[in-house]
Write a protein that binds this ligand. Structure first.
Ligand SMILES: [Zn+2]
Length: 162
């Protein structure tokens, strides 16, 4: 499965789902401008914007590292909603916990019926969490947070840092 991001062809090599929705994704793209061309992994965090499952966002949370190995996901006991799909030739580093493998990427029903998470979401360059709201957003939550004199984000109710 592939997707064009900033005119680079990205191959999707790993999709992790939580409760039917894409949550964590790894893509690789070929860097042919380097002295020794190589495949560079990019890590994507997907979230329901303001908790709205019909408004999925994809946030690039980093890149680089081994293009064939993925840090094994570990979920707490009792959580049953974790699944992953992995491309051939990719393996985990470490042991996954409380997550099941699926053979094909999930059909994202109600999301244009695609299996490709990027096709049903929008790439964003900001990802902010508000603990009081309990969800991620592309915007800082002004209702619950403020910038202190040093420019650090704090919660309004008890002045703790984000
Ligand atoms: Zn909030």
């Amino acid at each position: 499965m592939e997707y064009l991001i900033d005119n680079e062809k990205h191959k999707i090599i790993y999709i992790e789902y939580q409760d039917e929705l894409p949550h964590s994704i790894v893509t690789v793209f070929f860097v042919n401008t380097a002295k020794k061309p190589y495949w560079r992994p990019e890590y994507w965090y997907f979230f329901a914007n303001n908790g709205d499952k019909n408004d999925l966002k994809a946030y690039n949370s980093g890149s680089g590292g081994d293009d064939k190995k993925i840090q094994a996901p570990q979920y707490i006991d009792g959580y049953l909603g974790a699944r992953y799909w992995m491309a051939d030739g990719i393996e985990f580093e470490g042991n996954p916990k409380n997550i099941k493998r699926i053979k094909t990427p999930k059909l994202l029903k109600g999301y244009k019926n695609s299996r490709n998470p990027f096709k049903v979401s929008e790439i964003t360059h900001s990802c902010e969490y508000c603990d009081r709201c309990g969800h991620y957003s592309t915007e800082i939550c002004e209702e619950h947070m403020y910038d202190d004199d040093e420019g650090n984000l704090r919660y309004r109710d008890d002045d703790t840092y984000e």
